[in-house]
Each structure stands twice: as structure tokens, then as C-alpha cells.
Ligand binder design. Structure first.
Ligand code: HEC
Ligand code: HEC
Length: 369
């Protein structure tokens, strides 16, 4: 009897382990990497004087991004919470990480993290040109070993320096590191960071309908979408915070939009330790917003309609409510009509870039034979 119970337990554990592994990191032995033999053309500017192995680094970064071995029990990869078909955000309010722990905030898209040209002109992956995370606590993309792997507690890695020794035992990394570092296959946490940063930097999305409009093709928006854009920038003044004209679609401003009368998450205030910053969160880029539900730093709204309902009737008098959302000392109600809502949503849908989310360059390279 005991034996039967034990074997049932073992089978169950194996099934759990397999199902955890399956999505991101298939079991070893059957795994192969779907990478082209030639370097990818991620980068417009090919032979960059300071590094002509950017494509090889991005290719390695892509493998690392999808590899569960970066987490302590080999099951959680960056891509677990930054899903390509959700515009590299997650489709739940709080993502599930290591041992079922939930993230404290809603996952963020990692598209267009850098101003592409300035990134290379500055000759460095150190300055992103905008702050990262909902509270802006980071602006150095290459600090990823410290931040996303270890600070994303959900990945369960306390010491990033333990990762290289795990990766050494995997057959495919030797040649990937060699290609990316001029024949030197040494695996270090700094290199891991650098390559993931370069991979993320390569995920540039610039082919939404609205991007085409910005590039001068003004006929691309239909009447309702154009109306929505005008309402966004005019009547409802959404554009005073969401600066969609820049290639980040955001300016790293932090605002309190009256979600709560008393704060459960202090946001920027946690970082600056200043009460005037409590409840302020980074104005999110609305790129691919139709794909990144649920919304807000805590994923409280399931649909764009619910977001508009907030601005329409539910702005609360929070202590640091932004003046743009106030009239005197009271919160405004935008009273957005049904027709205007439909137009605003039609416009927000033009921010979706359907090519990046299916682009094989950014997809999971792990395939099972
Ligand atoms: C368990 C889920 C989870 C995993 C795994 C995860 N992330 Fe995140 N990521 C999040 C959440 C949640 C946020 C927002 C947190 C915040 O702002 O406080 C975030 C934010 C980010 C940001 C900031 C984006 C921006 O626009 O501000 C970057 C960059 C990022 N993650 C990269 C990574 C990388 C690289 C990995 C793998 C090493 C990774 N993430 C793994 C959940 C996850
Ligand atoms: C005062 C500045 C401000 C104004 C005005 C403003 N927003 Fe926002 N918006 C923000 C901030 C800040 C957030 C994130 C708040 C949070 O999560 O705490 C946000 C979040 C959103 C989100 C959710 C995005 C995501 O990824 O979760 C959408 C959609 C949105 N706003 C659309 C609009 C529209 C449409 C209007 C006009 C009707 C508007 N905003 C007006 C600052 C503003």
C-alpha cells in the first residue's frame, strides 16, 4: 500500500515538474534551439564601431530571456511574465513566479525600452533615457542581473553569481557565448545582463497604425480613429500625460490619477521617501495597450472600457491627485459619452503593432523535437 502511495506521489510530482517546465523550458534531451545560422538583422545599423557582435549578443539574450534556468528551480523565465503575444506584458493582474509567489504589481511591457538611436550614439547600454518599473526605481537596462533576476524575487535567485555555473552545464551556451564574445565562451553574470539588455533593446515596435500616422501616412487612420485621437489630445487632455508623439510614448513622468483615497502602494514615494510622491506611478506607454490588459500598476481594470469609466466618473480625491484631474480642490468627472468612449477605444486600438508580437526573432527559441 505504502509503495503504491509513494509511486503515485512520484508520478504526480513528475507530472507537476513536467507541466511547470513545459511552457518555457522543455525537458532536456528533447530540446533544440530554433536559431538561424546567420546572425539576425535585429539592428538597423549593422557594423557599429564599438561592437559588431550585437546580433549575436541579442540572439544569446533571446535564449536567456526564454530560459527557465535563470530561476532557482528552473521553471520561471523572463518570458513567463513578459509574454510576446501580450505585447511582452502579462495577461493577469499579478504574475505567478517561483513557488507560486505573486508579483506585487502588474507586469510591464518591455517594448521600446530605449530611444533606439540615442542608445547607440551614446555608445552604451547604461543609459536607457527613461526610468523603468512603475516607480522608476531603475534606469540602467544592464543592471538586469541585480534587478529583474534577483529583485524580481519571483525568480527565486538570491545571488545572481550562481547563474553562470548553472548555465555552463547546458550544452548550447558554449557556442552562443563564443559567437557573442569573439570566441571567448566564459559565462559571467555581467555578460548575461548585457545580452538580455541588448535583446530587450532590440524589441522595437514601430509599425502600429498610429506609428504609420506619425511617420506621415495620415490617411491610415479612419474617421472614428481620427476623432478618438483628437479627443485624446484635445477635449479629454489625455495627451497632457500620455505623450504619444515621442517614440517611447511616455516621458517618465509620475502621476497620481486618483485610484485610491488612501494608498496601499506608495509607488514613487517608496523610492524618494517623500510624501508628496506617494501614490504616483510612472505614466505608462500605451503602445500595444489593447494587448496588455489588465491595466494600472495593480491590474485592477480588466478592459479599456473600465479604464475610461475611471476617468469618466470614478477619479477619487487622493492626497496627491494630479492638478490636471482636479478642478479646485475636487476631482473632475470627465463624463465621457458612449460615442466618445467608442472613438477613444478605436484610437487606442491603433497603437497595436501586430508584427512585433508574432516576429520569430523575438519568439521562444526552445522547441521540442
Ligand atoms: C514573475 C513575473 C516576472 C518575471 C519572471 C520577470 N518579470 Fe520583469 N516585471 C514583472 C513585473 C510585475 C514588473 C513591474 C514591476 C514594478 O514596476 O514594480 C516587471 C518589470 C520589468 C521591467 C521594467 C519595464 C518598464 O517599462 O519599466 C523590465 C525591463 C523587466 N521587467 C525585465 C525582465 C527580465 C529581463 C526578466 C528576466 C530576467 C524579467 N523581467 C522577469 C514581472 C516579471
Ligand atoms: C494626470 C495624468 C494623466 C491623464 C490626464 C491621463 N492619464 Fe492615463 N494614466 C496615467 C498614469 C500615471 C497611469 C498609471 C496609473 C497607475 O497605474 O497607478 C495611467 C494609466 C492609463 C492606462 C492604463 C495603461 C496600462 O498599461 O495599465 C490607460 C489605458 C490610460 N491611462 C488612458 C488614458 C486616457 C484615455 C486618458 C484620457 C481620458 C488618460 N489616460 C488621462 C496618467 C494620466
Amino acid at each position: 500500500m505504502k509503495k503504491i502511495i509513494i509511486s503515485i506521489c512520484i508520478v504526480a510530482l513528475m507530472a507537476i515538474a513536467y507541466s511547470c517546465n513545459k511552457s518555457i523550458n522543455p525537458p532536456s534531451g528533447t530540446v533544440y534551439l530554433d536559431l538561424p545560422s546567420k546572425a539576425y538583422t535585429y539592428f538597423n545599423k549593422e557594423s557599429l564601431s564599438f561592437d559588431n557582435t550585437l546580433n549575436e549578443k541579442a540572439t544569446l539574450g533571446r535564449v536567456l530571456f526564454y530560459d527557465g534556468h535563470l530561476s532557482v528551480n528552473n521553471t520561471i523565465a523572463c518570458a513567463t511574465c513578459h509574454k510576446q503575444n501580450n505585447g511582452f506584458a502579462d495577461n493577469v493582474a499579478f504574475s505567478t513566479g517561483f513557488e507560486g509567489r505573486l508579483t506585487k504589481r502588474n507586469s510591464k511591457s518591455i517594448l521600446n525600452l530605449i530611444g533606439f538611436d540615442s542608445f547607440f550614439e551614446k555608445n552604451s547600454i547604461y543609459s536607457v533615457g527613461q526610468s523603468l518599473f512603475w516607480d522608476g526605481r531603475e534606469n540602467i537596462l544592464a543592471n538586469l542581473v541585480d534587478r529583474p533576476i534577483t529583485n524580481h524575487v519571483e525568480m527565486g535567485i538570491d545571488d545572481a553569481n550562481t547563474i553562470p555555473s548553472k548555465l555552463v552545464s547546458l550544452p548550447f551556451y558554449n557556442s552562443l557565448f563564443k559567437n557573442a564574445y569573439y570566441g571567448d565562451s566564459t559565462i559571467t553574470s555581467a555578460r548575461i545582463s548585457e545580452c538580455i539588455a541588448i535583446f530587450m533593446a532590440s524589441i522595437q515596435s514601430k509599425s502600429s497604425k498610429y506609428d504609420q500616422y506619425l511617420q506621415g501616412n495620415i490617411m491610415v487612420l479612419n474617421a472614428s480613429e481620427t476623432n478618438g485621437m483628437n479627443l485624446f489630445n484635445g477635449k479629454y487632455n489625455c495627451g497632457s500625460c500620455h505623450h504619444l508623439q515621442t517614440n517611447f510614448y511616455t516621458m517618465s513622468d509620475f502621476k497620481d490619477i486618483g485610484l485610491d483615497e488612501s494608498y496601499t502602494d506608495l509607488g514613487l514615494g517608496n523610492i524618494t521617501q517623500s510624501t508628496v510622491d506617494n501614490g504616483k506611478f510612472r505614466v505608462p506607454s500605451l503602445h500595444n495597450v489593447a494587448l496588455t490588459a489588465p491595466y494600472m500598476h495593480d491590474g485592477r481594470f480588466k478592459t479599456l472600457d473600465e479604464v475610461l469609466e475611471h476617468y469618466s466618473h470614478n477619479i477619487l480625491n487622493s492626497p496627491n491627485l494630479d492638478t490636471a484631474l482636479k478642478s479646485g480642490s475636487q476631482p473632475i468627472s470627465m463624463n465621457i459619452s458612449t460615442e466618445d468612449k467608442a472613438a477613444l477605444i478605436a484610437f487606442l486600438n491603433t497603437l497595436t503593432d501586430f508584427t512585433t508580437i508574432v516576429d520569430p526573432k523575438f519568439s521562444n527559441p526552445f522547441k521540442v523535437k
